[in-house]
Design a protein around this ligand. Structure first.
Ligand code: CTP
Ligand code: CA
Length: 239
């Protein structure tokens, strides 16, 4: 029988996971979207719940079913980046760990057409103007820095193809510093797309912020996550 004295590693912790893609409506029948299966975020939510955490899953548009009926996981559905921002702002202050696996649309249409956009006979093509969405990850990090409250550990994600100037790891390293999060999970995308697969290989980049805890555990003990000696860890396995 399991020893009742032994607590699962994340028991008493609150974990917020964002997963899936956001959708920015153009008119009642059209949207701009981001590709994301949602599988990575769901796998992380289920793993955290199995480790004893109370998990709040903020679920965007996903190819797979959200885990609606698992003990310790509550699911909140969102569509737009603005809705994701509101949800994160509401729940992040109570979270010990924030995992930003969602693929957030960087831009949204400047205007929403209340009526369906129709083709016209004059041969003119419609022009869609875009504006920036808020950077939810970066603002959560900034808020923690300014207020001294918020998740002890904030995890960002990146999907990079690399470019002629920089390889994916260099881009991810720059993104980790720019966003200011504690960990960055890099998915390399390219010829063999990682989207939707059940297995993946990731790089986990750690920031020096992990070694300087901003907050101790509720019982006063030190945080259990420690920075790896090397900044990059590569993991291969099932999501
Ligand atoms: N993210 C976010 N809000 C945004 C865009 C991204 O919170 N408006 C988060 C994602 O959930 C992810 C991380 O930031 O955890 C990195 O997303 P990514 O799209 O790779 O970063 P960007 O800064 O948007 O860079 P890029 O120009 O490469 O898309
Ligand atoms: Ca982006």
């Amino acid at each position: 029988a399991p020893d009742p004295e032994v607590q699962p590693p994340l028991s008493g912790r609150t974990v917020v996971v964002t997963a899936g893609g956001t959708r920015e409506p153009l008119d009642p029948v059209r949207y701009l979207g981001n590709r994301s299966s949602g599988k990575q975020g769901i796998a992380l939510a289920e793993t955290a719940a199995a480790a004893g955490a109370q998990v709040h899953l903020i679920a965007g548009i996903m190819d797979v079913q959200a885990p609606e009926h698992i003990a310790n996981i509550t699911v909140e559905r969102i569509e737009t980046a603005a809705q994701l921002q509101a949800a994160v702002q509401r729940v992040a202050p109570q979270a010990d760990l924030l995992i930003m696996a969602a693929a957030v649309a960087d831009f949204r249409p400047t205007a929403y057409a209340a009526q369906k956009i129709k083709k016209t006979e004059d041969g003119e093509n419609p022009v869609i103007t875009l504006e920036r969405n808020p950077d939810i990850l970066a603002e959560t990090v900034q808020h923690r820095r300014a207020e001294g409250t918020g998740p002890r550990v904030i995890v960002g994600f990146a999907a990079e193809t690399g470019s002629a100037e920089a390889d994916p790891l260099e881009l991810a390293q720059a993104k980790l510093l720019r966003k200011g999060c504690d960990l960055l999970v890099l998915n390399q995308v390219g010829e063999a797309l990682v989207f939707g697969r059940d297995e993946t290989e990731i790089h986990i980049l750690t920031s020096p912020t992990l070694t300087a805890p901003t907050r101790s555990a509720p019982d006063g003990s030190a945080p259990t996550l420690s920075a790896a000696d090397s900044a990059v860890t590569t993991r291969r396995g099932t999501k």
